[in-house]
Design a protein around this ligand. Sequence first.
Ligand SMILES: [Zn+2]
Length: 344
Amino acid sequence: MKIYGKSVGPVVKHDAEVFENNDHLLNETERVAKLYRSQPYREHCKVCNEPINNYNMSFTKQGIEYRLCSKCGHLNGLYQDTKEFAEKIHTKTKYAEQYSEKDRQIYFQRMNDIYSPKVKFLFSAIRNDSQEPLKYKHADFGAGSGYMVAGLHARGAAAVGYEMSPAQVNYANKINNFEHVYNVGIDEIYDIAKVTDAGVVTMIGVIEHLQYPVEMMKALKENRNVKYVFLTFPMLSPSVYFEQVFPSVMLGHLALGHTHLFQESSIDFLINRSEFSRKAEWWFGTDIMDLVRSVDICVRQREGNCKAAELWQDKMNDIIDELQLVIDRHQLASQVHMLLGKDS
Ligand SMILES: [Zn+2]
């Protein structure tokens, strides 16, 4: 089962901050890039373990060299994602202790716009594999603020989440008025993968942040309770090139915690090493949105002329989805959602 495309409408609404706070966010990416450059050099491909010196393309962004592995096609940053690096960038300590009714409304609107469609796709994909999703327990790894767990509950599934930021765990549980998101240490998640009684494990925006993605997939394969893994992969896509040509614009594809990107060949390498197979795919990216945003911000920066930028937005807004759909259909998008299953 493969589907392509998703309207960017709701995403634009929620990402208004990116338009408004470009310079602040760009400084943040530079701070994290500096931290990443201070880590030890990577010696092997993150996916296939090939020596990093065997590469067939490289480029540099924010002082970081990225190399395309000649064996599996994975794009690797030239430094290691150490435990220290991951802890510094993923353990958010500032999280609202108090929130208003309006915050709650925004939270559940985001859940509906972004996470409910993921759950809907997941359930359709499992049913397409002749199984009933609601008969399985679900576990969301890297649960963040609990959106996916809340989205699963809203559709009647039993679901728990695991998250390394205590502040985020607290926020997720309070805003949902439940106790289903648990705090785990950065290394503990691999042990949970080995013993979870969930039949479906979800990882949204997580695999790229794991220090040991290969070990995670192996642990899930060996756990006989786990039947399906639903995850997103960030891809080497046109957005990476837009980032290269618009250095004054904050685009988050190869920045912050994203130190490496997949191609279909490296996804296959990762999943086949752990003997999963692709059951369903949903390709939709933000490449055209990133391009529109980049031009918009550059026009504002160069001309100091908001009217010209607004005209650009007006002209492009109605065709963003259609342009992106071409990229999605060719499976060149910045992200793919994938349901993996075990054949045996
Ligand atoms: Zn490789």
